[in-house]
Design a protein around this ligand. Structure first.
Ligand SMILES: Nc1nc2c(ncn2[C@@H]2O[C@H](COP(=O)(O)OP(=O)(O)OP(=O)(O)O)[C@@H](O)[C@H]2O)c(=O)[nH]1
Ligand SMILES: [Mg+2]
Ligand SMILES: [Zn+2]
Length: 286
C-alpha cells in the first residue's frame, strides 16, 4: 500500500472502510467510532457496541472493567457489560460488581455453554450493528462468538487448571457476520489496557463521582484532602464503591499524562515540518 497510510492512526484496522478501485486501496474513509488505546493505537473502527465480558469462576476485575469502559466511551461506542459462564453457579455477587462499574449501562448474564442470554446479546447487534468482544483471556469471548454464529469458527481453549486463567487463544482481531443481523469482532484478551488521552471519557465513566464533585467547596477540588470535599465525605460514609475514588484519580492522572505526551508529540511533528519547509525553501532559492 506504499505511502498511502502515512500515519499509524491511518493504517486500516478491523471494521474500517476503505475506498478502492480495481482492488487497489485508495483512501481510508472517516471513522464513525473507534476503540483506541495508549498513544492512539486504534484497535477497531466503526463499532456500535462493545461487549465487556467477564466470566464466572474467575475474579471480576472491576479496575480493569473501568478501563474498558473508558475505552468505549472515548470512541463513542456503547458499552454493554456481560457476565458469561452463568452456568457455573449463582452470579448475584458478580453481577453487583459489574453494575457498580456499569452504572446506567446494560449488564447481561450469559452462558456460551447453555445458551442463556444469547438472544439478548444478539438483540444488541440488530438490525445491522457492529459489536466487539472485549475482556480478559479465558472469559469466553470466542465461545460466545461461536455460540452466536452457531458454528465453531473461532478457536477456544481450556483454561489453565492452576489459576483458571485463559491462555490467550485468540491472537488476532477478526470480524464475523452473526445470523439474524449484525457483525461481531473477536479480540484477544488485552494484557494491558492503557488509556487514550481523554480525561472527558474518564469523567463520563464515573458519573457518580462527577455528580458528588459538584458539591465540593472548591471547583478545582482534586478530592485528595481539600476541606469541604463531597467526594471524600461520601467515601468516608461508604456511599461510594470500594476503591472507586482512588481508581478515578488514577485513571484521570493517566489520561492527563497521555494528553501531555500527545501534545508534545504534535509539537515535535510541527517543528520537524517547519524544518523541512525551511530546508526546501533554501534549496529552491535560485
Ligand atoms: N462453563 C462454561 N465455560 C465456558 C463458557 N464460555 C466459555 N467457556 C470455556 O472457557 C474457556 C475459555 O473460552 P474462550 O472462548 O477460549 O475464551 P476467550 O475469552 O476467547 O480467551 P482468549 O481468546 O484467550 O482471549 C474454554 O474452555 C471454554 O469452553 C460458558 O459459558 N460456560
Ligand atoms: Mg478467544
Ligand atoms: Zn472534592
Amino acid at each position: 500500500m506504499g505511502g498511502l497510510w502515512r500515519r499509524a492512526s491511518e493504517v486500516p484496522v478491523v471494521g474500517d472502510w476503505v475506498a478502492e478501485e480495481g482492488g487497489i486501496p485508495l483512501q481510508l474513509l472517516p471513522r464513525r467510532t473507534w476503540l483506541r488505546r495508549g498513544e492512539g493505537e486504534v484497535l477497531a473502527a466503526n463499532l456500535d457496541v462493545a461487549f465487556v465480558v467477564s466470566g464466572l469462576g474467575a475474579d471480576v476485575n472491576t479496575r480493569r472493567l473501568e478501563r474498558y469502559l473508558v475505552l468505549a466511551l472515548d470512541g463513542g461506542v456503547e458499552p454493554v457489560f456481560v457476565l458469561n459462564k452463568c452456568d457455573l453457579g449463582p452470579a448475584a455477587a458478580e453481577v453487583g460488581l459489574l453494575r457498580e462499574v456499569a452504572r446506567d449501562h446494560q449488564v447481561l448474564v450469559t452462558s456460551a455453554t447453555t445458551g442463556t442470554g444469547l438472544e439478548a446479546l444478539r438483540d444488541r447487534l440488530r438490525p445491522r450493528r457492529t459489536g466487539v468482544l472485549l475482556g480478559s483471556s479465558g472469559v469466553g469471548k470466542s465461545s460466545l462468538l461461536n455460540a452466536l454464529l452457531g458454528a465453531a469458527l473461532q478457536d477456544v481453549a481450556p483454561l489453565r487448571a492452576r489459576d483458571g486463567r485463559g491462555v490467550h487463544t485468540t491472537t488476532a482481531r477478526s470480524l464475523f457476520p452473526v445470523a439474524g443481523g449484525g457483525l461481531l469482532i473477536d479480540t484477544p484478551g488485552l494484557r494491558e489496557v492503557t488509556l487514550p488521552p481523554s480525561e472527558a471519557a474518564v469523567e463520563e465513566a464515573f458519573p457518580d463521582i462527577e455528580a458528588l464533585a459538584r458539591g465540593c467547596r472548591f471547583r478545582d477540588c482534586r478530592h485528595l484532602s481539600e476541606p469541604g470535599c463531597a467526594v471524600a465525605a461520601a467515601e468516608a460514609q461508604g456511599r461510594l464503591g470500594a476503591g472507586r475514588t482512588s481508581s478515578y484519580r488514577k485513571l484521570l492522572r493517566e489520561t492527563e499524562r497521555a494528553s501531555e505526551d500527545a501534545l508534545a508529540r504534535s509539537r515535535r511533528r510541527a517543528r520537524i515540518k517547519a524544518l523541512h519547509r525551511a530546508v526546501r525553501a533554501g534549496r529552491d532559492r535560485p
